[in-house]
Design a protein around this ligand. Structure first.
Ligand code: PSU
Ligand code: MN
Length: 305
């Protein structure tokens, strides 16, 4: 462990020494997913929510070439204010560290770092997936492949309807990733509780999710689990409201030739503007909800160690 190039925050060092539950958090949502200052406020609230539910938060990022597992309050603020931050998926992580640069980890990048640090559970907003039109663009997020190979349970509110959700579920099935809806039969669609698509698996208890996570390791199965946790009812945006907004943002992205890593941040920023901030309020509510479930799953895993 000591020769791994990891920098732990003081509270994560203490949690590791005590066997306390730890929940990993990504940083792309801070630098490329939300505007300042809401990004900082949300990151602070999500960390507080995890602490209030008996676990320790570990926000993951590369800062000046160091891979941080947990950020101090000052580091979190510096990241939220930073510009020219790289977006780090599997392909980018080592290059960012080698060049001494600063980068924010995506779902894929965060899973890699969490696993290196021995963290089982990671809470976020939404995962990347198969983009609409992927049959022509081949734009499939590296998040899906990471779920297939790295043993971390990822709590998300499903995937956004900016993606092709049926194709995303098909690819997850092909890759052997368990997609577990929490407390309902349908796969959630980020801003909405249901995508209208049936989820492959359903669990109603954090303890069952923890047991399944540990059972995969005992069976020698690689890869993680996607825990699809529906947005709280009070924060939901109706499909009829969000669908035309998504269509507009997608049309603009196509017209402007946005491609590759820039697609997801572009769409998130436009949807925020077009909904006059309502999408962001929903986003914040669902991340807090995922933090609570992540803390519960991590506590169950820590308790059965
Ligand atoms: N989906 C969201 N919010 C986000 C992201 C996705 O609803 O912030 C971010 C996550 O970090 C995710 C990444 O891992 O975008 C996926 O980017 P890409 O599609 O380029 O793989
Ligand atoms: Mn992509």
């Amino acid at each position: 462990m000591t020769d791994l190039p990891l920098t732990f925050s003081p509270e994560v060092i203490e949690a590791r020494a005590n066997g306390a539950p730890v929940v990993a958090l990504e940083s792309t949502i801070i630098t490329h997913g939300m505007p300042f200052p809401q990004n900082l406020e949300t990151a602070q609230r999500v960390e507080a929510e995890i602490r209030a539910h008996g676990a320790v938060p570990a926000t993951i990022a590369v800062m000046a070439g160091k891979l941080h597992i947990g950020l101090t309050p000052a580091e979190l603020e510096a990241l939220a204010r930073a510009t020219d931050v790289m977006k780090l998926s599997r392909a980018d992580l080592a290059a960012c560290i080698a060049q001494g640069r600063t980068g924010a980890t995506t779902v894929a990048g965060t899973m890699i770092a969490a696993h290196l640090a021995g963290i089982h559970v990671f809470a976020t907003g939404g995962i990347g997936g198969v983009h609409r039109g992927a049959e022509a663009s081949f734009d499939v997020s590296a998040d899906l492949h990471e779920l297939a190979r790295t043993p971390v349970s990822v709590v998300a509110a499903g995937a956004k309807a900016i993606l092709d959700l049926p194709k995303t579920l098909e690819v997850l099935e092909t890759l052997g990733v368990p997609v577990i809806a929490y407390g309902q039969d349908h796969f959630p669609a980020f801003w909405s509780r249901s995508s209208g698509l049936a989820a492959p698996l359903r669990m109603d208890r954090a303890a069952d999710i923890a047991t399944a996570h540990l059972m995969r390791a005992r069976l020698g199965l690689h890869g993680g689990q996607l825990i699809a946790n529906p947005i709280p009812e009070t924060a939901e945006i109706p499909q009829a409201t969000i669908t035309p907004v998504i269509e507009t943002a997608l049309a603009e992205a196509a017209a402007q030739g946005i491609s590759a890593k820039a697609v997801t941040p572009f769409l998130l920023a436009r949807i925020y503007e077009l909904t006059e901030g309502r999408s962001l309020e929903a986003n914040i509510a669902l991340v807090l909800n995922n933090a609570r479930l992540g803390a519960a799953i991590a506590s169950e895993i820590a308790g059965s160690a």
